[in-house]
Ligand binder design. Structure first.
Ligand SMILES: NC(=O)c1ccc[n+]([C@@H]2O[C@H](COP(=O)([O-])OP(=O)(O)OC[C@H]3O[C@@H](n4cnc5c(N)ncnc54)[C@H](OP(=O)(O)O)[C@@H]3O)[C@@H](O)[C@H]2O)c1
Length: 272
């Protein structure tokens, strides 16, 4: 059974379904199937060019829209005052919904542009295009500035056992904000880590399940693995019927090596 995180009286399903690099039928069928397995949190973005498929999948799934925590992100190209709200209206149309649950700025820009985009986010919230607003890939100082302009609910950042985001995590916990962990399986690259394999043998689970369980046992953290493969989708959802010990949780935190996999040319100075 799915578990929920409660932040500021809002409930967020701890385990979501990421859709980056899924398009067309892969995305449509994959998302319908994820919803039938029990996923109730779907992560998309304007930049993924799959909002239309996600919208259709939700409609086709037969699951009530109000049971699903739906997240999309505004791409920096749409941050200008002229484009922002129109682009969100376009997203809503593709997603076949009047309002989403959480709208994020996908990447930070310069301080002035961020400030203007946060004002547009707040406007989208006022218009009820979204229930909650947040950011993604924002540094500590950028989050601090954003919180002065709007009620920022979430920062979605790269987070996995090799990049444990200690500073961002404690900041978000201190301010009662959601941390959504993206690229949680390090794109599959950590699944043959010897420590994770030894834990997987101890608990009779796969390394992916050990990592996902590690996430959902953390306070204030949601996690959104992507899986095009049907078996991966099922495997990743079957993490609600066992528990990692405190010692084993800490062993996984101990794997950190600050190894960042998502670092495009437009990234902020991460340590700011
Ligand atoms: N905000 C941002 O800037 C940002 C950036 C990156 C990602 N994201 C979000 O985070 C989501 C997840 O991140 P991600 O897609 O980059 O990486 P990820 O979830 O860490 O890894 C996905 C990869 O792991 C494989 N995989 C999944 N489950 C597996 C399992 N049980 N066993 C073995 N391999 C498994 C998948 O294979 P198959 O596909 O073949 O199943 C895929 O190759 C994205 O889809 C997106 O929604 C956000």
């Amino acid at each position: 059974m799915q578990t929920y995180i409660e932040i500021k009286n809002k409930k967020v399903p701890a385990l979501g379904f990421g859709t980056f690099r899924m398009q067309g039928d892969d995305c449509l069928k994959g998302t319908v199937e994820a919803l039938s397995i029990g996923y109730r949190h779907i992560d998309t973005a304007q930049a993924y060019a799959n909002e239309e498929e996600v919208g259709r999948a939700i409609k086709n799934s037969g699951v009530n829209r109000d049971e699903i925590f739906l997240v999309t992100k505004v791409t920096p190209r749409n941050f200008s005052k002229n484009n922002f709200l129109t682009s969100v209206e376009e997203s809503l149309k593709k997603l076949q919904t009047e309002s989403i649950d959480l709208l994020l700025l996908h990447w930070p820009s310069d301080d002035e542009t961020n400030k203007a985009a946060i004002a547009q986010l707040a406007m989208a919230q006022q218009k009820n295009y979204t229930k909650l607003v947040g950011v993604s890939n924002f540094t500590l100082s950028q989050m601090e500035a954003a919180r002065k302009e709007a009620d920022i609910f979430c920062n979605q950042v790269e987070y996995h056992p090799y990049l444990t985001q200690n500073k961002i995590r404690s900041y978000l916990e201190q301010h009662n904000m959601l941390l959504t962990a993206y690229r949680p399986l390090a794109d599959g690259k950590i699944l043959n880590d010897s420590e994770l394999i030894s834990l997987s043998e101890k608990y009779s689970r796969t390394p992916a399940q050990i990592i996902l369980r590690w996430f959902i046992q953390q306070n204030g953290v949601s996690v959104i693995p992507k899986a095009s493969d049907a078996n991966h989708r099922k495997e990743n959802f079957h993490v609600f019927d066992f528990e990692l010990s405190r010692v084993d949780m800490d062993k996984i935190f101990g794997l950190n090596k600050n190894e960042r996999l998502v670092n495009p040319s437009w990234s902020p100075k991460w340590d700011d």
